[in-house]
Design a protein around this ligand. Structure first.
Ligand code: SF4
Ligand code: SF4
Length: 176
């Protein structure tokens, strides 16, 4: 009898399963879908270094591009990659992760390609840095924005020399 009462009670009660529209809002601090912005990425490797389960990796097409790879199957959504990325190229959005732009077609991998660009001074292929990163690291010399790291080092060295030994800096400029 008791069992019948329970069954009847369950049948007459409205559904307790929430429809999608009734679901509570995802908290803003929720670490969900991971996104990567290739235009901000400097391929520094920090994200892969701090990722304990090795969910992030890189491959290279020498002289052409660096590819940033993410495998959701190894991700613990700790957020350390986004927290430590110096240019905020990674974000973990407050959304449940869904299918990704997987080159493998399994929806579990994300691939983001950082295209190399030729140095405007020597022509060497290098990862272009976001303007804000160049300004923070090297100042705002407009002519040096397209330089590769070697040429930026050379330019910084030349400026340093001209500040301390003007005559020697002139020689460096002529050498190059
Ligand atoms: S995503 Fe950020 S931390 Fe990772 S390689 Fe790019 S710039 Fe570095
Ligand atoms: S959220 Fe954590 S586990 Fe996932 S890729 Fe980033 S560092 Fe690795």
């Amino acid at each position: 009898m008791a069992m019948l009462k329970t069954i009847l009670g369950n049948l007459l009660r409205p559904s307790r399963t929430r429809a999608p529209a009734d679901m509570p809002d995802v908290p803003t601090v929720y670490r969900g879908a991971l996104a990567h912005d290739a235009a901000r990425c400097t391929a520094c490797g920090t994200c892969a270094f701090v990722c304990a389960p090795k969910a992030i990796s890189f491959t290279q097409d020498p002289g052409v591009s660096v590819s940033w790879h993410f495998f959701i199957g190894q991700c613990s959504f700790c957020g350390l990659c986004a927290q430590n990325c110096p240019t905020q190229a990674i974000s973990l959005d407050a959304e449940v992760p869904t299918g990704m732009n997987s080159a493998a077609g399994d929806g579990l991998r994300l691939e983001s390609i950082v295209r190399l660009q030729p140095c405007t001074r020597c022509g060497a292929a290098h990862v272009p840095l976001p303007d804000a990163a160049i300004a923070a690291l090297w100042g705002v010399e407009e002519a040096e924005r397209g330089y590769c790291p070697d040429c930026r080092r050379w330019a910084a060295s030349a400026r340093l020399r001209s500040a301390f030994i003007p005559a020697a800096a002139e020689e460096v400029h002529h050498e190059r």
